[in-house]
Design a protein around this ligand. Sequence first.
Ligand code: PLP
Length: 390
Amino acid sequence: MKPQMRNTYVSKTVAALKPSGIRRFFDLASGMEGVISLGVGEPDFVTSWSVREASILSLEQGYTSYTPNAGLLELRQEIAAYLRRKFHVDYRPETEILVTVGASQAIDLALRAILDPGDEVIVVEPSFVAYEPLVVLAGGTPVAVQTTGADGFQLHVAQLEQALTARTKAIIICSPNNPTGTVLRPAELEALARLAKEHDLLVIADEIYAELTYDGGYMSMAAVSGMRERTILISGFSKGFAMTGWRLGFAAAPEDILQAMLKIHQYAIMCAPTMAQYGALEALRSGERDVAEMRSSYRRRRNYFVSSLNEIGLPCHMPGGAFYAFPSIRHTGMTSEQFAERLLIEEKVAVVPGSVFGQSGEGHVRCSYASSLEQLQEAVKRIKRFLARL
Ligand code: PLP
């Protein structure tokens, strides 16, 4: 008897995943001329020349083979020194640091290394679009906890506690946050630490924007007393070092977890690209001044852009980090999707609807201010004209 034909070879899990809502807007904007894009989440700087040169030199010298699975030991040592210097956290480069293909892969590995089917992971929303799908792909169940624009999207740990069940295994936090730019304050980190210890939970701390913090010092989740043992620290080179296309990130975690992540990494990836690792090594050795310059440039643009949004009638909290403003558009009566679509079609300014970042993102739009000041000024002019017409 002939077997019955399948309708599709695609797994049910993957078929059920929603495509990224950001993509749809890119596609819509890509066919239009004269668009000012505040949509993309990446630096407008080219990677520092010294970093590019170091990578080119590695190629000239013929360093074109695999590195150790966990990444060049020299690079891991440099990452350990960087984490100690900047964030006061100590990791052993031999066993507790893994070089990955972007922070994206580090998040994926962290989830796959810790989750058993049905384990729950708390995702604080609005959140980076990859967390929930990656939890699902790792066999877990994402549980959303909402924050609100009313208090600048601060985390309320008591509310988070209500979402815990016997299946909760981890909490994903992102500070500074994409899309809100909110930086978690030491008191919130400490409250979260108490909760994690009390309920024996892990925290996956996405600190990819830590270099882009504008108002005072930065505190890493792993630096909070007693948290190093229950934190998977995720970071990388894409944002602070303007290296998105290099695809280089890293994870730092207690040895048993890091080695579990390495086990998956060695089968799935082998190692991060060698020439990118040499570039990253140079970024850590000599990149501090360039990072500081980029940071102050973003800070200037943030100050201009966020105050302008408030002036033209889009209420926006002052984000402490990253390069996103997340103003409220609620008073326009439109959904964030309608607002973004009309703004794009009528004034050719691309922003991202807040709803793509989860339920609590609705009523807001994400605008990246990693654009030139001239472009930001023109965008403000167009948004003002758009609002006046409504
Ligand atoms: N985490 C957050 C919060 C992000 O916004 C992004 C990129 O937009 C990433 C991780 C991914 O970074 P990478 O380019 O290092 O994979």
